[in-house]
Design a protein around this ligand. Structure first.
Ligand SMILES: *Cc1c(COP(=O)(O)O)cnc(C)c1O
Length: 363
C-alpha cells in the first residue's frame, strides 16, 4: 500500500517545454518557446535590479502595484484583476476551483497542452473538438456541449496554429454555453493582433459572470523567465481565485519588472513592428522555399512538412538543430508533420530561411 494520486493524474503526459540546447552544437538560437525577439525592456531590467536588496521581505500578497498598473493601462477595475505566477498558474487554478470529478473540459484540437493537464489533474474529462482548417470550429464546439461541460478553454489567438477567432464568433460560442459553464479566453498573444474583428475578451468579462480572460508578460513584454500573468474576472471568480492562490504567488521583482514593462510603450511598439515585419517576410520566404506556412497573427509561425523519408518535420528539425536553429516539434499538439518557429531576431530569421532552402534542395 502506498499513497495514490487522484484519478487522472497518472494519465498526464508531463509538459515538455521548447528545447534550449542541442548536444554537440555550441552556438544555438532558441526559437522554440515564443519568447520575445527583442528581449525585455531596459526599464523592466532596471526595475528588477532596483529591488535586489529587498528580497529578504515578502511581497505585498495581492500584487497591488502591478494590478494598479494594469488597471490604469487598460481602464479596468483593479479589484477584478488577479495576478499569477505566469498565466499557466491562473489557468490551472480555475480548473481546480470549478471542476468536479467526471465533469468535462472542452478545448480545440490543437489547443494549448496546459488545458488537458488542468482537466486531468482534477479528475475531469478533456473533450477535444476537431478544428476546421486549423481554426477553432465554433459549431463543432457547440455540438459537443453537454450538461457536464464546466470549462471551455479558448486560446485566442491559438498556439501553435497562429489562427484567431473573430469577436462575433467568440460571442456566438459564449451565447451557446450554459450560464454554469466558464469560458476562459487565453489571450497570451493579444498584443500582437491588431485586426478590426479581433477583441481580447475584456468587454465580455465586463458583461458576463461566466467569462474570464487571461494575459501574460511572457510574450511581447519579454518576461517569460520571471513568470507573471494576470486574469480579468467577474467579481465572484476573482474572489475564488484570491482564496485559493498562494498568498505570495507573484514575487517583488516580478511585480516591479512587469509594471515597468507595461509602461515602456516604445519597447512594446518596437516588438510589435519587428514581429509584423519578420513574420510576413518569413511566411513568404518559407513558402517560396516550397513549404506550407499558415497565416499567423502571433509571434510564431507553423511550417508544414511532408511524409517522405528525409523530408519529414523530424528530419527538418534535425537539419536545423545541427545548424544551431532550435524550432519546436508540435506532435504533442496533434501536429506531427509541422514545426513551430518563433519570430526571432533578424539574423536568426535569415538563417532559418537559408537552412530551409538548403533542406528543400537536398537530394
Ligand atoms: C505562452 C502561452 C501562455 C503563457 O504562459 P505563461 O504561464 O504566462 O508564461 C498561455 N497560453 C498560451 C496559449 C501560450 O502559448
Amino acid at each position: 500500500m502506498k499513497p495514490k494520486p487522484k484519478p487522472g493524474i497518472l494519465d498526464i503526459a508531463p509538459y515538455v517545454g521548447g528545447r534550449a540546447h542541442v548536444e554537440g552544437v555550441e552556438k544555438t538560437i532558441k526559437l522554440s518557446s515564443n519568447e520575445s525577439a527583442l528581449g525585455p525592456s531596459p526599464k523592466a531590467i532596471e526595475a528588477y535590479q532596483s529591488v535586489a536588496h529587498g528580497i529578504d521581505m515578502y511581497p505585498e500578497g495581492s500584487a497591488k502595484v502591478l494590478r494598479d498598473a494594469i488597471a490604469a493601462h487598460f481602464g479596468l477595475d483593479a479589484a477584478r484583476i488577479v495576478c499569477g505566477n505566469g498565466s499557466d498558474e491562473l489557468l490551472t487554478m480555475l480548473a481546480g476551483i470549478f471542476l468536479h470529478p467526471g465533469e468535462e473540459v472542452m478545448f480545440s484540437e490543437h489547443g494549448f497542452l496546459v488545458y488537458r493537464i488542468a482537466a486531468l489533474a482534477n479528475s475531469a474529462t478533456p473533450v477535444v473538438v476537431p478544428e476546421k482548417n486549423f481554426h477553432t470550429d465554433v459549431d463543432a464546439m457547440l455540438r459537443a456541449v453537454t450538461p457536464k461541460t464546466r470549462l471551455v478553454y479558448l486560446a485566442n489567438p491559438n498556439n501553435p496554429t497562429g489562427s484567431y477567432l473573430p469577436h462575433d464568433e467568440v460571442r456566438r460560442l459564449h451565447a451557446g454555453l450554459p450560464r454554469t459553464t466558464l469560458l476562459v479566453i487565453d489571450a497570451a498573444y493579444a498584443e500582437y493582433v491588431r485586426r478590426n474583428d479581433y477583441e481580447t475578451g475584456i468587454e465580455m468579462v465586463s458583461n458576463f459572470t461566466n467569462v474570464v480572460m487571461t494575459r501574460t508578460f511572457s510574450k511581447i513584454y519579454g518576461l517569460a523567465g520571471l513568470r507573471v500573468g494576470w486574469a480579468y474576472c467577474p467579481a465572484a471568480v476573482a474572489d475564488a481565485l484570491n482564496r485559493v492562490r498562494g498568498p505570495f504567488n507573484v514575487s517583488v521583482p516580478a511585480q516591479r519588472a512587469a509594471a515597468a514593462a507595461l509602461e515602456d510603450r516604445a519597447h512594446v511598439e518596437a516588438n510589435f513592428a519587428h514581429n509584423e515585419k519578420w513574420r510576413d517576410w518569413l511566411t513568404s520566404e518559407i513558402r517560396k522555399a516550397g513549404f506550407r506556412v499558415d497565416d499567423s497573427v502571433g509571434n510564431f509561425i507553423l511550417i508544414h512538412f511532408g511524409k517522405d523519408k528525409g523530408r519529414t518535420a523530424q528530419d527538418a528539425d534535425h537539419f536545423l538543430a545541427a545548424r544551431g536553429l532550435i524550432l519546436r516539434g508540435v506532435a504533442a499538439y496533434g501536429l506531427p508533420d509541422a514545426l513551430r518557429m518563433t519570430i526571432g531576431p533578424e539574423a536568426a530569421n535569415r538563417a532559418v530561411v537559408a537552412a530551409l532552402a538548403e533542406f528543400a534542395a537536398r537530394k
